[in-house]
Design a protein around this ligand. Sequence first.
Ligand code: GDP
Ligand code: IMO
Ligand code: MG
Length: 429
Amino acid sequence: MGKSLVILGSQWGDEGKGKIVDLLTPDYDYVVRYQGGSNAGHTVIVGDKKYALHLIPSGILREGKKNLITNGVVIALEELIAEMDKVKDVAGDFEGRLYISDRAHIVFPYHKLLDGLSEKSKGEAKVGTTLKGIGPAYMAKYARTGIRIADLFDPPYFRNRLESAINEAKNIAEKIYGAEFNLSVDKVYSDTMRMFEKIAPLVTDTSLMLDTALRKGERVLFEGAQGTMLDIDMGTYPYVTSSNASALGLCNGTGVSPKLIGQAEVFGVSKAYVTRVGAGPFPTELNDGTGQKLRDEGHEYGTTTGRPRRCGWLDLVALRFAARINGMDGLIITKLDVLDHFDEIKVAVAYEYEGKLIKDFPASLKILEKCKPVYKTLKGWDKSTSGLKDKDQLPDQVWDFIKTIEEETSVPVVMLSTGPERSEYIWLK
Ligand code: GDP
Ligand code: IMO
Ligand code: MG
């Protein structure tokens, strides 16, 4: 019996978590999405088919696996149903294959509207959210005005709460933002109930299910969304998402005891460079030809929004921080192949701030803005690693690159990903 495993983003999201979860799924019984919502966009490529998963765990494409959306996820029902439609050719009627927590909160159309209004009102200071209503849905959860999947089993209770929530949203939209608000309680209520009918048979107590599975020694693969540097508590606040995207979100997101969760291994996924979509600090960002080359070679455009991603060199100060707060047992480096044709490759090993060297990622945005990366320059390999599956074929310069990452983070690199397809990877340990 092997251990359970957490796969999570070590940077600002889009590290290739979906691809990694899909390829590891055969060794696990359960795959669990535990935070975030349809702001996530996890790409899985199987043969000539490309799937972009937002809410459904990336394990859905493998037969005989139980996929759970647990209480920490905020669910937009229309997005969940549209996504179910896209994978129904492989997942059939989802029975025994997809389970949805009765404690998960719902993202309503008014949350999406408020997300857009809030962003617009911030002007230059906008976060650059995915406009999926994530912030407003978590705000409602913590303000105790949210509505959970369980509430839909009691239609009068649901309608009552919906009335209050819509009233409040209308007030905010009209009085604070001076915007139009056309959503009616009747329409949102009837749309929600119609959609709920389709997923009601999949709703269950996922906390109990997971607790039982873990105690029996079944293997669970936890699929993080977003990335550590977007974590609401530990990320580059306020340029973050509204959930705990690091390992810190595992217990509250699943409703499982830290003692049980603590038995799982944690692997962080990191690109061989860095990308970020949306606003906020990014010390190693390259606004030059090299940044554009990374974007072109890596096809760095958002899975959820299509926005061009900001690109830069690998930041080992941020990765060291992510390794620590997640308690990483291993690192998975993706998109190695994107670095194939660079004469030299840089990695930031420290920052320089007002003449001093900093090795710990700072909290203050003001300090971060002034931090200049201190780079170690490595030789490029100028050979194709694309699709390589054998570690003996890796150029020496790739081993130097890996050694530097391991030395600076004190975490072993356990896997390399050399292409988007599920078979394009190399285990190193
Ligand atoms: P996620 O949100 O962490 O699941 O990552 P995304 O799916 O948003 O973005 C990762 C992108 O990189 C997707 O288009 C993947 O198909 C692609 N990808 C993943 N791993 C590799 C790799 O090793 N090499 C290359 N070239 N592309 C990869
Ligand atoms: P995956 O799971 C990359 C970013 C947004 C924005 C900030 C807040 O695919 O890695 P939100 O809509 O969550 O309120 O936006 O977080 N963001 C992501 N960036 N990958 C993601 O998910 C992201 N989810 C949110 O761009 O900067
Ligand atoms: Mg993504």
